[in-house]
Write a protein that binds this ligand. Structure first.
Ligand code: CAA
Length: 379
């Protein structure tokens, strides 16, 4: 596969790199400690077009491709994976979902605001008893005239308390199994819609994760995304693209771990010389670099397939499975190279380890990715 990036792709990569260095890096440690949502940074990211990268300019987006999105995601996540997931959910799950499957009404009223970052989106599929087994949706939506009445609970929702618009998945016809599940666009402050406390997480701590609760929450029928009974297929389709975003996030964390390790090993002295002179360190750096390069190629290949309009779900699952695995491995090696300094906050690599773990869990655990890959191989 040939990755001769276009000028536009290189431009967004460079813009993201500069933005991450100047605007995100200075407060990353503090926000992680305080579990503080980066409101101002997210606002600036919206102004720069990072929240609607793949959205048609007609709806306020940057009109770029998935490769551009991956390059930007890597640069942002390299510095702060919390910003990576905030950006990823808005781009790959919410904006892409609405652009591809939303009605004109939904696109004009909601997508345009999400794409320019005036509003933030969340995607609510998971429930206390429907995580990996996502067809078991207990949240219900019963028709009442021109409205549907939602009741139930969602959890682990990224951008949970900070979003303005939520794509909520609910069962509209229990008899029909996963073909009786529907996606709704629900606005914040709709009566009957409340959220729980922010989760106190191991990593990606400055992103905002919480549960949502619906109690007789009335949502207009015109806010259905795609069509009644199509909500599960909608979720699966957009999660395929979402997995490319999370793979890119994982690559960014792994590359951040490698860069920090190269820098540290060239400065740190032991036994009369810098530790980069020792083969023990060199071999670790070489192994990390190979893993980062392979994960990047897999992620960009999946993005290229998607951009060509080809079937990409197996490649997206493979990219996420591999990138998330090497992300954890590279972060662990970075700590080992840093020794005691790797175990304290100041040197950031302990944050990389905490942040990397979630990439093996959300948007489908590694075990789910293996299921998806194996089913594709055996069909
Ligand atoms: N792409 C497109 N369609 C898919 C698909 C895929 N990757 N995987 C399944 N489907 C479709 C099937 O084709 C089938 O459709 P039809 O019946 O219309 O033909 C339908 O989904 C049901 O599929 P299965 O019979 O295979 O269902 P299953 O129950 O055996 O398995 C599953 C489904 C793949 C395990 C699915 O439940 C799954 O992906 N689980 C993981 C859920 C997940 O990723 N959650 C992430 C939450 S969001 C999040 O994390 C965001 C965040 O905060 C960062």
């Amino acid at each position: 596969m040939n990755f001769d990036f276009t000028e536009e792709q290189l431009m967004i990569q460079e813009t993201a790199r500069e933005f991450a260095k100047s605007e995100i890096a200075p407060t990353a440690i503090e926000r992680d400690i305080k579990a503080e949502f980066p409101t101002e940074i997210v606002k600036k990211m919206g102004e720069l077009g990072f929240l609607g990268i793949m959205v048609d300019p007609k709806y306020g987006g940057a009109g770029m491709d998935t490769i551009s999105y991956v390059l930007a995601m890597i640069e942002i996540s390299k510095v702060d994976a919390s910003l990576g997931v905030i950006m990823s959910v808005n781009n790959s799950l919410v904006c892409t979902g609405l652009q591809k499957y939303g009605s004109d009404y939904i696109k004009e009223n909601y997508l345009t605001k999400l794409a320019v970052g005036k509003k933030l989106g969340a995607f609510a599929l998971s429930e206390p008893e429907a995580g990996s087994d996502a067809t078991k949706q207990h949240t219900t939506a019963d028709r009442d005239g021109d409205y549907f009445v939602l009741n139930g609970m969602k959890n682990w929702i990224t951008n949970g308390t900070t979003a303005d618009y939520y794509i909520v998945i609910a069962t509209t016809d229990k008899e029909k199994g996963h073909h009786g599940i529907t996606a709704f666009l629900v606005e914040k402050d709709t009566p009957g819609f409340t959220y729980g406390k922010k989760e106190d997480k191991l990593g990606i701590r400055s992103s905002d994760t919480c549960s949502l609760s619906f109690e007789n929450c009335r949502v207009p029928a015109k806010n259905i995304v795609w069509g009644e009974g199509k909500g599960f297929n909608f979720s699966m389709n957009i999660l395929n693209g979402g997995r490319i975003g999370i793979a890119a996030q994982a690559v960014g964390i792994a590359e951040g771990s490698l860069d920090a390790s190269i820098k540290y090993s060239k400065e740190r002295k032991a036994f009369g010389t810098v530790i980069s002179n020792f083969q023990a360190i060199q071999f670790k750096l070489a192994d990390m670099a190979v893993k980062v390069a392979a994960a990047k190629v897999m992620t960009l290949s999946a993005a290229a397939l998607k951009d060509k309009g080809e079937i990409f779900y197996k490649e997206a699952a493979m990219a996420k499975l591999f990138s998330s695995k090497i992300s954890v491995e590279c972060a662990l090696e970075a700590i080992q190279i840093h020794g005691g300094y790797g175990y304290v906050r100041e040197y950031q690599v302990e944050r990389y380890l905490r942040d990397s773990k979630i990439t093996e869990i959300y948007e489908g655990t590694s075990e789910i990715q293996k299921m998806v890959i194996a089913r594709a191989l055996l069909k």
